[in-house]
Design a protein. Structure first.
Length: 460
């Protein structure tokens, strides 16, 4: 492979992996009702289900774990966490939560009412769900090229600014309690958002008096892509790019389980002290006191360290190259890889890989299940099982714009040999892709159904 990279770290602790047979994997998948979320982790050989909370923490983070102050109120670990968020992102007001979806929930419960509309370049599953349970309408406005898996363009995660402007003028700013953008755009194949697009998105929201919040899960990876792909920022340090990004926003939500490289944790950060008091009322009821927010002091210490480690440029260069390498491996195996590859994951166009399976029969799930059966590799569908829902106006089913399978790489966990194995598994699968059948839902909850749905193969 032509991509040179080497891990900018040493491995100090290892975890034994269980090698299973195809028969054992078939039994595990059947017991899980064909839903990979229900497969026990010990029955997975290479787990690319998510990069959220699955990274390996550093020695400095583990040292922070030992220093955790577990006082209920006013712990020094909160002070360390708060100052880290303030230094990295520039927001003065910070509230911890146990993870990102809780941050979204606290923010939306405070600001959003039933019938209102929240635009985003593209909502991820929990963001969308937090709005739907409130009776609000999440609207996705990614640029058209974001739905083109072949076009090799630098910032395919951008907000479509004209559509955003048209939406606000059509529905009225009074129906939009806040606007968002997600960096990187996870539901649009992990594509980054340009600095210009973030700035102009903020300008549009603010022109209409709409608060602007960033879903900041992968802010460091997005900043790295800005540095790589925008000549204006090539000589600018990532830390400085990060600070500029957030100057255009009123606040952010974050799952720290991504770019802060911790196993649990999240937060809301913003500028308005009055809003802090309003959110705190919900936080204390649902998460915990305002200085721990559902986290132990040791988690806050690890998070404070991880925010800075996630912006290390040697690490980010390795991370992007590592992911790009997997993209090449999968393409050489014969899978249609979404171009260009993102920072945290490689996305495969399951609709193209399995043209015999329509969106209503979830080609992404069929491909992901087949990968698991082939070699114990667990991935996740980012398609119509996860995102299809009835249109609130017409009642017609809205399917996902793309039927994708995401290979999300945990941070600092797998070596190049693991990625090569994933490629070998994919090559074995490609040889029998034409024989794969779609699936249908036999049971599912009304919200976030992909986590717990039961599925069965569609008969021939």
């Amino acid at each position: 492979m032509p991509i040179p990279f080497i891990e900018p770290f040493r491995i100090k602790v290892v975890e034994k992996l269980k090698v299973t047979t195809r028969e054992e994997r078939a039994a595990a998948l059947a017991h899980a009702h064909n839903n990979l979320f229900a497969v026990p982790a010990e029955d997975v050989f290479v787990d690319l289900l998510t990069d959220s909370g699955t990274g390996a923490m550093s020695d400095a983070q583990w040292a922070g774990i030992m220093r955790g102050d577990e006082s209920y109120a006013g712990a020094r670990s909160f002070a360390h966490f708060e100052s880290a968020v303030q230094e990295v992102l520039g927001f003065p007001c910070v509230l911890p939560t146990h993870q990102g979806r809780a941050a979204e929930g606290m923010l939306f419960q405070t600001l959003v009412k039933a019938g209102q509309i929240v635009p985003n370049n593209r909502h991820f599953d929990t963001t969308q769900a937090n709005l739907l349970v409130l009776g609000a309408n999440p609207v996705d406005l990614t640029v058209p090229e974001g739905d083109d898996p072949v076009a090799d363009l630098p910032f395919k995660g951008n907000m479509d600014l004209q559509r955003l402007e048209d939406l606000i003028q059509r529905v009225g700013a009074n129906r939009i309690p806040l606007g968002m953008t997600t960096i990187t755009n996870n539901s649009a194949a992990g594509q980054p958002v340009s600095m210009e697009n973030i700035r102009r998105t903020g300008e549009i929201y603010h022109r209409y008096g709409i608060p602007f919040f960033i879903d900041a899960c992968r802010f460091a990876e997005n900043a790295w892509f800005i540095k790589l792909r925008d000549p204006e920022y090539r000589a600018v340090p990532v830390t400085q790019i990060v600070r500029e990004i957030f100057t255009y926003a009123d606040g952010c939500t974050m799952s720290a389980k991504k770019d802060a490289i911790v196993n649990i944790g999240g937060f809301i950060a913003f500028r308005d002290p009055a809003l802090k008091q309003r959110i705190a009322e919900h936080l204390i009821v649902h998460e915990g006191f305002v200085t721990y927010g559902g986290l132990a002091g040791r988690d806050l210490e690890a998070l404070a360290v991880g925010l800075f480690e996630g912006m290390d440029e040697d690490y980010l260069a390795y991370r992007e190259s590592h992911t790009r390498y997997l993209g090449q491996v999968l393409a050489e195996a014969g899978l249609p890889v979404y171009q260009p590859t993102g920072g945290h994951a490689v996305y495969v166009d399951a609709g193209k890989a399995l043209p015999q399976i329509p969106p209503a029969q979830f080609p992404g799930v069929a491909l992901a299940n087949a990968l698991y059966l082939e070699g114990g590799v667990r991935t996740v569908e980012i398609g119509s099982l996860m995102f299809s829902r009835p249109d609130p106006e017409s009642g017609n089913m809205i399917y996902a714009p793309m039927e994708l399978v995401r290979f999300a790489i945990p941070r600092r966990v797998y070596t190049r040999s693991h990625l090569d194995y994933v490629g070998e598994t994919a090559a074995g699968l490609v040889r029998r892709a034409g024989s794969l059948r779609g699936l249908r839902v036999s049971w599912a909850p009304p919200v976030l159904r992909h986590f717990t749905a039961h599925l069965e193969e569609v008969p021939e």
